[in-house]
Write a protein that binds this ligand. Structure first.
Ligand SMILES: *Cc1c(COP(=O)(O)O)cnc(C)c1O
Length: 418
C-alpha cells in the first residue's frame, strides 16, 4: 500500500480554510481583551434583540409553539422544502395584488442566512461574480467565498443618504456577472430606500438582464416617516429571490426559521434555478417541524400592534442614543430609519491615540467594558456599530462610559499635524 498514510496528518478542505468570517474573528479577538473587571459588561455589539430580555416575542407566538408541541405528531419529518402548511402561511403573509405568491413560490430555510446561502449557491458558478453592497452585512462575502464566487462591491453614497451608487454598480457588470445582491432596508446604516431609488435599481437589473437576490429581513421594520417597498412589488419582469426570516420582526432569531420568496412572473427561474434551489434545499432540509407547524397560527394571531410597538420602541431608543451621541465631542451618530443598529462616525483626527476604529473599540472594551463592533467589519472604516435594542438604563450607563472614555482621549487639535 504505497499510498497509505503513515501519520495522522489530516488536512482540512483548502476551499473552506480560506473562508474569513469577520464576525467570528471579532469574537475570537475580543476574548483576548483584558476587560476592566470593576465594571459589568455592556454588550453593544450584539445583533440579537432578545439578548437583554427587554424585547420578548409576543405571547401568541409562544402559545402557538405550545399548541404544536402538545398537538398531533409534532415529531415527524416535514417536506425538505418546508411543510406545505408553512409554505402556504408564508405566501399568505407576503402576498398582495402587486406580489402574487403561492406556496409553490416559497422555500423554508434555516434563517435568512440559510436563504441567502441557498440563493447564492444556486445562481452562480465558481469563477462567476455577484455584485454586493459596500458597506455590507459581512456574511454576503463569506457565503460567496465559500462557493468560490467572486465578489464585486458596489458603493453607497453617504452624501446621498447612503443610496446605492447605481452608476458604479453598472460599471462593475461583466460577462461573468451572475446576479446583483441588494439589502433593503439596508444595514448597518439603517437606511430605507425610496420607491424611486428601487425603480432606478430595477432598471439596471432589467437593462443587463441580471436576476436579483434581495435581503429583506428588515421588511416593514421602518421608523415613522419611512415606507418600505418590497422589491418584488415593484417589478413584473426582473426575477427576484427575496430572503427573509422571523428572526428580527418576530424577535425569535434562535429559531432559525427563514424563507426564500421566488418572484418570477415570467418563468425565468423556472428553467433551471428553481430546480436547483429545490434540489439543494433537500440536502440540509428545512427548520424543525415544531416551528414550521406553529407558523400558520403565528402569522394569524400576532396582532399588528406588536410590530408597531416594537418599531416605536426601537425608534425611541435610537432617538435617545442619537441625542446623547450628538453631545459627545469627536463622535457623530447616524440616525437610523430602520433595523436594530446605529452607526457612529469617529473623527479619528480628534483621537490621535488610535489608528482606526478597531483600536478604539478594543481600548473602549479594555477600559470601560463596553463592546462595540468596529465599522471595518462592515467595510465602513472610521465608524462604530452599536445595538439600539438595550433597555434605557443600559443606554444611559453605556453612554456615560463612552463619554468618559472619549473625553480622556479627545484632542481638540491633532497632536501630530503634518
Ligand atoms: C440578522 C440579519 C440576517 C440574519 O438573519 P437570520 O434569520 O438570523 O439568519 C441577515 N441579514 C441581515 C441584514 C441581518 O441583519
Amino acid at each position: 500500500m504505497a499510498n497509505r498514510r503513515h501519520h495522522w496528518d489530516v488536512p482540512a478542505c483548502s476551499r473552506v480554510r480560506k473562508i474569513h468570517n469577520p464576525f467570528m474573528k471579532y469574537f475570537v479577538d475580543s476574548t483576548k481583551i483584558k476587560p476592566n473587571t470593576n465594571k459589568d459588561v455592556i454588550a453593544l455589539a450584539v445583533g440579537d434583540p432578545t439578548f437583554y430580555g427587554n424585547m420578548p416575542t409576543h405571547a401568541a407566538v409562544m402559545d402557538a409553539m405550545m399548541k404544536t408541541l402538545t398537538g398531533n405528531n409534532p415529531n415527524g419529518y416535514v417536506d425538505f422544502l418546508g411543510s406545505m402548511e408553512a409554505r402556504k402561511a408564508i405566501a399568505q403573509y407576503i402576498t398582495s395584488t402587486e406580489t402574487p405568491l403561492q406556496a409553490e413560490n416559497i422555500i423554508v430555510t434555516l434563517g435568512c442566512i440559510g436563504a441567502l446561502d441557498l440563493c447564492i449557491a444556486c445562481i452562480a458558478n465558481p469563477g462567476q461574480n455577484i455584485l454586493i453592497p459596500r458597506p455590507q452585512f459581512p456574511i454576503y462575502k463569506v457565503i460567496c467565498d465559500s462557493y468560490e464566487i467572486e465578489v464585486k462591491f458596489y458603493d453607497s453614497m453617504p452624501e446621498n443618504n447612503w443610496e446605492m451608487n447605481l452608476e458604479h454598480m453598472e460599471s462593475l457588470i461583466d460577462q461573468k456577472t451572475a446576479a446583483i445582491l441588494i439589502n433593503n432596508p439596508a444595514t448597518p446604516m439603517g437606511v430605507v430606500y425610496s420607491k424611486r431609488h428601487l425603480l432606478d435599481f430595477l432598471a439596471v437589473a432589467e437593462r443587463n438582464k441580471l436576476p436579483v437576490i434581495a435581503d429583506e429581513i428588515y421588511a416593514h421594520m421602518v421608523f415613522s416617516g419611512s415606507t418600505f417597498y418590497s422589491l418584488g412589488s415593484l417589478s413584473k419582469t426582473v426575477p427576484i429571490l427575496s430572503c427573509c426570516s422571523l428572526s428580527k420582526r418576530f424577535l425569535v432569531p434562535g429559531w432559525r426559521v427563514g424563507w426564500i420568496a421566488i418572484h418570477d412572473r415570467n418563468g425565468v427561474f423556472e428553467k433551471q434555478v428553481c430546480q436547483t434551489l429545490k434540489a439543494s434545499a433537500g440536502i440540509l432540509g428545512s427548520p424543525s417541524a415544531v416551528h414550521q407547524k406553529a407558523l400558520p397560527d403565528i402569522f394569524k394571531n400576532v396582532p399588528s400592534k406588536f410590530f408597531d410597538d416594537t418599531v416605536a420602541y426601537l425608534e425611541r431608543n435610537a432617538t435617545l442614543l442619537f441625542q446623547i451621541f450628538m453631545e459627545i465631542p469627536g463622535l457623530t451618530p447616524l440616525m437610523p430609519r430602520t433595523a436594530i443598529f446605529m452607526m457612529i462616525k469617529i473623527s479619528l483626527e480628534k483621537f490621535p491615540e488610535f489608528q482606526d476604529d478597531q483600536e478604539m473599540a478594543e481600548q473602549l472594551a479594555t477600559e470601560q467594558n463596553v463592546y462595540c463592533m468596529p465599522g471595518e467589519l462592515f467595510l465602513l472604516p472610521g465608524y462604530l456599530r452599536i445595538t439600539i435594542t438595550l433597555p434605557e438604563d443600559k443606554i444611559i450607563e453605556a453612554c456615560d462610559r463612552i463619554k468618559q472614555f472619549c473625553a480622556k482621549y479627545y484632542k481638540s487639535s491633532p497632536s501630530t499635524a503634518v
